[in-house]
Structures are given as C-alpha cells and as structure tokens.
Ligand binder design. Structure first.
Ligand code: PRP
Ligand code: URA
Length: 210
C-alpha cells in the first residue's frame, strides 16, 4: 500500500489556517497556496533517487550527491492544481509539466475530462500529480489511471486538503501511489465539499466565486 503522509509542520499549519479563512483575499490566498506548495515539495521529494558525485570546494575535492535519473514531471489537475504549480517549480525548476483537465459534474460529482497532455517520455520519469483538494477522490483517481495508461510507474499525489473518503478511493484504485497532504480533514458534506475545508479551491484561486 502506498504511504499517506499528512504534514504536521508548524509553518504549513499556520499558513493553512489563513488559506481556510473565508475572508482571505484572492491575492493572499494565491500567495499562501504558492508558499505551502513550496513547503510540501520538500516532503513529496523525500524519496527521489540520488547518485554519488564529486565536487571541488575552494579547499578540496569532496564527495557529494546529486539527483539521479530524469527530472520529475509535475501534472496539475486543471484548474485548481495550477495554483500549486509555480511553488513546486521554484524548488524543482527543471521539472517537466503535463496537464490534465478535469472538472466535477455538479450533480453526480463524477470527474469530466476535457484535456490531457503529458511529456512524450513521461513513462521514464516520476510523476507528481498536483491538486489542492482530494474530496471524493474521483478526479485524482481518474487522473492517475490516465497517467498509468501512458506507462508511468512511479506516481505521487500532492494535495493541500484530503478527506478520508478521497484517500480511500485513491488507495483502493491505486495502492501503489503515495499521497502527501498538508492536512487531513473530517468528512465530505452533501455537496461533496471537504469539511471544514477551504471552499472551492479553483474559485478562490481565480476569483470566480459568486
Ligand atoms: C476540484 C478540485 C479537484 C476536485 C476534487 O476541482 O480542484 O480537482 O474538485 O474533487 P473530487 O476529489 O471529488 O474529484 P473542480 O471540479 O472544482 O474544478 P476546478 O479546479 O476547475 O474549479
Ligand atoms: N473541490 C473543491 O474545490 N473543494 C472541495 O471541498 C471539494 C472539491
């Protein structure tokens, strides 16, 4: 079974409280999501393979480490996953980026796909799938299935807030995928929103709420 990592880092907890606050402006919400994405990148990359190398310091030649293999592929789920992308790229600037367009049908809560684009050599790379909200798990599960169809073997999922229901759906369908969340919330409400959550991540990021 893939691991489920839930952050207990004070900086992430502090910023997440402001992200949840309904009075946080779009500008601040975006900036905070960006910052938490940077911090979560530290966690989601903890198992990246390293290779030995040598480095000449001003004093001597010494041993060092460097990332091994091809750079990772970041795959935000549109739209809200885009809010995390720049923060992760700050930490992994050479990463390639794919995109998966999915939205939840308002009545069935099932994901509806509208766009897929991955780098051609994605199968040779580790993929980090990025979406702030893991609610029913339908969107993440569908996205992972698509990525696997392209031959990718190593996939991690990074989100801000996960619901227990979403974690179960992803783990049942994709037991090989590690899940990294900044917080684990209580449940879903009757509209399949995460409670307490942060509301609609896409609307809050892009200022499109009513
Ligand atoms: C949100 C969120 C996830 C999805 C999670 O997207 O960004 O992609 O819901 O819900 P699930 O786990 O129940 O599938 P939304 O459909 O609101 O689209 P948007 O990002 O374009 O706003
Ligand atoms: N999508 C969101 O943006 N928020 C939720 O709480 C659930 C799905």
């Amino acid at each position: 079974m893939g691991k489920v990592f839930v952050s207990n880092h004070p900086l992430i907890a502090h910023k997440l409280t402001s992200i949840r606050n309904k009075d946080t402006s779009t500008k601040d919400f975006r900036a905070l999501v960006h910052e938490v994405a940077m911090l979560m990148t530290y966690e989601v990359t903890q198992d990246l393979p390293l290779a030995d190398t040598e480095v000449q310091t001003p004093l001597t030649l010494t041993k060092g480490k460097q990332l091994a293999g091809k750079e990772v592929v970041l795959v935000p789920i549109l739209r809200a996953g885009l809010g995390l992308l720049e923060g992760i790229l700050k930490m992994i600037p050479d990463a390639k980026v794919g995109h998966i367009g999915l939205y939840r049908d308002e009545k069935t809560f099932k994901p509806v796909e509208y766009y897929y684009k991955l780098p051609t050599d994605a199968a040779e790379r580790q993929v980090i799938l990025v979406d702030p909200m893991l609610a029913t798990g339908g969107s993440a599960s569908a996205a992972i299935s698509f990525i696997k169809q392209r031959g990718v073997k190593r996939i991690s999922l990074m989100c801000l807030i996960a619901a227990p229901e979403g974690i179960k759906v992803v783990q049942d369908a994709h037991p090989d995928v590690d899940i990294y969340a900044a917080a684990l919330d209580e449940c879903l409400n009757e509209c399949a929103y995460i409670v307490p959550g942060l509301g609609d991540a896409g609307d809050r990021l892009f200022g499109t709420e009513d």
